[in-house]
Design a protein around this ligand. Structure first.
Ligand code: AVJ
Length: 312
């Protein structure tokens, strides 16, 4: 049998409403394009969370009420830039902790670790590669309290029921008293959100179409990128940003590795991503329904973004 990517592509492109998962955006190229997105002025999420973690480190640490040493486990650490200011505060204040960044990309974790050791010589880093839950399960045996970080609005990629399921799994792999800090993008002026995803330079379009290039390369397909476009839409009632690839003509694409031809109608869509926006009330309810006690919230000055602290 072929790999998971091939199976998911087959399933998604033969469905009645075609879809592909945004988790496949992040090959080396896609990760680079995502860096470009984070640098766009329209993509306010990164700046807002950076502000929270750099301006409110002290308040966050105080809200933890942890004995030392403690663990900080970052799920999907990526380039770790946002977390740096928080870690810097801890090191500069001689707080005793172990930082455990977890990511699927060995390259990303290696880079993050060497950069951190260079910039914060006093830090204890214990990087881990692989499956969140395997690593969390092992950590449950730790004698020290743990803070889990799930930042950057990554939770927004999950539909409400899947988000709850994921958070309950985090909960099941935590000790009583452990805490979880989750980053949520908040509902706000719909035009601000629209501009962050439907950017005028077409960087987000490139981010989406890169998935077709990945299928071409990894599954020997023949998508003609110029025959596809990008569309996205924010619904301010539900808080859902939904992103799509649009077929600009009736066309047939061959995917050799799975031995399939896919028919596209004129203007047919492939749904690629959900980026869900929350209200503070919805976040509280999600904490409770996933068996956490919400304990504090940390907002940026514009109230665009929140890091919400929950206790098991
Ligand atoms: C990395 C999932 C938080 O949904 O805002 C950015 C990815 N997609 N622009 C998001 C993304 C389009 C991003 N997350």
């Amino acid at each position: 049998m072929t790999d998971k990517f091939a199976q998911d592509v087959l399933k998604g492109l033969t469905a009645k409403n075609k879809h592909l998962s945004s988790k496949y955006f992040y090959d080396d190229n896609g990760s680079r394009i995502f860096q470009e997105i984070m640098n766009m002025p329209e993509y306010y999420l990164t700046d807002a969370e950076f502000e929270i973690l750099s301006m409110q480190s002290k308040q966050i640490v105080e809200a933890l009420q942890f004995s030392q040493p403690f663990n900080i486990i970052e799920l999907g650490a990526g380039d770790g830039l946002k977390t740096f200011k928080f870690l810097e505060y801890l090191v500069n204040n001689n707080i005793h902790f172990y930082y455990v960044p977890i990511d699927i990309s060995q390259e990303a974790v290696d880079l993050l670790t060497s950069r951190l050791k260079e910039r914060l010589p006093g830090i204890n880093v214990r990087p881990q590669i692989g499956d969140y839950f395997e690593i969390l399960k092992a950590n449950k045996k730790s004698d020290y309290p743990s803070l889990l970080l799930f930042l950057g609005s990554n939770i927004g990629n999950y539909k409400e029921d899947k988000a709850e399921e994921l958070l309950r799994l985090f909960n099941a792999n935590m000790k009583v008293g452990d805490k979880l800090l989750v980053g949520f993008d908040l509902k706000k002026n719909p035009i601000t959100i629209h501009n962050a995803y439907y950017d005028k330079h077409g960087i987000t379009k490139r981010f989406n179409l890169n998935l077709l290039l990945r299928i071409n390369r990894e599954l020997d397909a023949d998508f003609k990128i110029d025959d596809f476009d990008f569309y996205c839409h924010y619904n301010p009632i539900t808080g859902n940003v939904k992103s799509y690839i649009v077929s600009l003509k009736k066309q047939i694409v061959e995917i050799k590795a799975i031995d399939k031809t896919i028919d596209f109608d004129y203007n047919e869509l492939i749904w690629t991503e959900l980026s869900k926006k929350y209200s503070l009330d919805e976040i509280r309810n999600l904490a409770l329904s996933s068996k956490f006690k919400p304990s504090s919230i940390f907002l940026d000055c514009k109230h665009y973004f929140v890091d919400s602290l929950w206790e098991k």
